[in-house]
Design a protein around this ligand. Sequence first.
Ligand code: NAD
Length: 250
Amino acid sequence: MLLDSKVAVISGAAGVRGIGYATAKLFAEQGAKVVILDLDEAASQAAAATLPGAGHLGLACDVTDAAACRRAADAVLARHGRIDVLINNAGITQPVKTMEIDAASWDRILDVNLRGVLQLSQAFIPQFRKQGGGAIACMSSVSAQRGGGIFGGPHYSAAKAGVLGLAKAMARELGPDNVRVNCVTPGLIETDITGGKLTDAMRADILKGIPLNRLGQARDVASAYLFLASDLSSYITGGVIDVNGGMLIH
Ligand code: NAD
């Protein structure tokens, strides 16, 4: 198993149709003790209870709240005494145009998608350093690379592009501590993030631009996270893995 007895913390993983939960499930199948962080404690606990194997945990953690991130880290360390993998997956989107972005929307989208990655990483970095290593993987998006995905506005593209810069800089800084930091950049993945707005006509149109001729599934992204979390990627840091079916080849 690729993550035997590793402690893996995954943010935004309580929704059972989401990428975070698919990752939690795959990691548990690979022997990890998984900690699910999400906004709602009961939902996090319920999701953790469905994972295969024992020793999983579900906690409430709003990644925009630095104190909540530190509390989550304290709870993980109290329970397991270590962390091996952090998956910064939590995110939100808003399908609007440039002129529709007001200050509150900008703050909301940047806070969850970008500030959250920084704050949750900061909560665990001291422990990674103490242990002498670990792996962090961060959620960006094709939206950051091609100037918009399908469901994200320009502020979402900016936040996800910010994640790439933040993760690469953390990779450079934390390399000497043997902490690897990488990103995934998914294309359109079928989860609840589309908010039921994906019509059949839109789907057919989108598929014309995807060489693999299908939309992504949460498990497709979970597999990329697994690679980055495991020793299979032991010499990879500051990397970006496209999980987009060929939607963007560059
Ligand atoms: P999702 O809505 O199922 O998952 C997002 C999760 O994040 C939810 O469980 C939500 O409760 C949680 N969350 C939201 N705000 C939070 C906060 N402040 N603190 C903690 N958790 C919070 O959607 P998904 O598609 O699985 O999205 C997962 C990640 O993948 C997001 O970062 C998203 O931007 C990114 N992404 C998705 C796609 C796609 O097409 N689905 C493509 C590229 C990137």
